[in-house]
Design a protein around this ligand. Sequence first.
Ligand code: MN
Length: 336
Amino acid sequence: MLTRRQLLSALAPVGVLVGTRSGTMLDTTTMASSQATGGGAAVQGGSRREIAGIYQPPALHWVGDGFRVAGYFSIIPDAVRRLDPFLLLDYHPSHVYAPSTRRRGVGVHPHRGFETVTIAWQGSVAHHDSTGAGGLIGPGDVQWMTAGAGILHKEYHAESFAQQGGPFQMAQLWVNLPRAHKMTAPRYQPLTADGMGQVSLASGSGTVRIIAGEYAGVRGPAKTFTPMQILDARLTAGGLFELSVPAQHNVAVLVMAGQVRVQDAASAGANDFVLFENRGEHIAITAQSEAQLLVLAGEPIGEPVVQYGPFVMNSRQEIAQAVADFNRGSFGYLAD
Ligand code: MN
């Protein structure tokens, strides 16, 4: 069991807390969102969506001793509202780890009130949690963990990967839960590479893997509590990726590789993060070289977000309850 002090020192690294690095509580009330019209997201159609900003990555920081990540949301003004329902994106760009017998990663820690989504492109991670669930996430796989009412969790480089070493590329995305589902029973969705939705783009433009939501009539495997799309697109040089989502849905694109032209208005390169305005629907991205994109789009939940390290609730009182519940051991037990 972690003490409260360990909890704060080990689990509130830069980028885990939204908007604060001091461990003080952040209370950000999001604006009420209007209801989305139409659930289906067409690939084409609608007026052009404006670009809000293109952001270069923040300095990499370590999460535990295994994940060297860029915490993109820490550099986005008003991220809690502008990226709702997404809470955090820690992206680990490709990095070659030497063979090691050392166990790299993050030891036992709690989560409550949201979901962690771990996406692997290179390398392999072993996860375990206090419900007894766990497994390996290898290239192409996604682990979608609903912390809900509370879970203890640990995440390490897989032993087989650590022994061999090699390139490692991952992302962890935190997805908020609406008030009605924050205390849902923990759930674990292992989404393997062979179960992802897949779409081939027209004219040999590339392929889109659908993790969550729908794209071009194909649904991804993830069960979500609110409408969203998470897409992993690989474009050939000259390839065109198009997407239309309702204007009120928040949309951002991480360029993981290559050079792209966004809306024929601006260029973005590898590791740039593109945030779109909530005006217009249609997005067009043209690859100037082979490129890879992580596309995040979702209907804002529009509720107050109060985050304290690994707990994300709607009020300070609920955070105090989470800390009390954690301290008295009600999140269960997980051996490190
Ligand atoms: Mn975790």
